[in-house]
Ligand binder design. Structure first.
Ligand code: SF4
Length: 247
């Protein structure tokens, strides 16, 4: 039996020699060492397998999230837990990418949203789409929803009882999507999410959290349409958002 001592420390060499001599005494004439290349190939294969498994798990997980979101959406579509169901044409659950890092939350559907059953599709929605484009995002990259899923009459603010009734659906959406950050669009959404009456200016300039998820507060697109002078501030907020989701 031939051995190559190589650069092993002397103590290990002695143990190795004694082990090989013991094998020799037992009649073992040769042992097979795995060529280094084979070890590399096996590792690469394992890595490939592990990558495929990870992708498959991610795909399954995403499939599960989409399915669970559909189940919540189905419950919302027949929900009569608060008085807002009486005036709705359609419920407005939410749209976008369930694997996103950023979830936009407005206060509630308006007239266009109620008719189409989709969030932010009127003039405000068009502006939101443009603002997303300015930071190289599309609506398909993010998830967009509202605090309440049915239109408050005459576009009034949602009331406490309505928000409390509907919050379970928003919580389910957030728990399933688990965004890196929530972007609260406007004073009403920010106040309900953060349980505060602080000014929008104060909320825009501090770190906020909703059930452990960071919340960045910015203007509602409707406010930007009414007062274009606010757009500079909104642009600063969106730059901050980009920095956070690029981390
Ligand atoms: S607003 Fe929410 S809680 Fe109220 S009826 Fe619609 S889905 Fe149900």
């Amino acid at each position: 039996m031939k051995t190559t001592r190589g650069d092993f420390p002397q103590e290990i060499n002695l143990h190795l020699i004694s082990y090989l001599e013991m094998l020799q005494r037992k009649g073992i004439k040769s042992i097979y060492l795995t060529p280094p290349g084979a070890v590399h190939e096996a590792t690469a294969e394992q890595k490939q397998l592990s990558g495929d498994q990870e992708r498959s798990v991610a795909k399954e997980t995403m499939g599960g999230i989409v399915e669970k979101l559909s189940e919540v959406d189905a419950k919302v579509s027949v929900c009569e837990d608060c008085g807002l169901h009486r005036g709705r044409t359609n419920t407005v659950f939410g749209t976008g990418n369930p694997g996103t890092k950023v979830m936009f939350i407005g206060e509630g559907p308006g007239r266009d949203e109620d008719i189409q059953g989709k969030p932010f599709v009127g003039r405000s929605g068009q502006l939101l789409t443009k603002m997303l484009g300015a930071i190289d995002l599309s609506r398909e990259d993010v998830y967009i929803t509202n605090i309440v899923k049915c239109r408050p009459p005459d576009n009034r603010d949602p009331q406490e009882e309505e928000v409390r009734c509907c919050e379970k659906y928003l919580i389910a959406q957030i728990d399933l999507i688990r965004p890196r950050i929530i972007c609260a669009l406007g004073r009403v959404a920010a106040h309900w999410l953060l349980d505060t009456k602080d000014s929008l200016a104060a909320l825009r300039n501090r770190e906020n959290f909703y059930r452990g998820t960071q919340v960045l507060v910015t203007y509602h697109p409707a406010a930007l349409l009414r007062n274009p002078g606010l757009k500079r501030g909104a642009w600063e907020d969106f730059k901050q958002l980009t920095a956070i989701i690029s981390e």
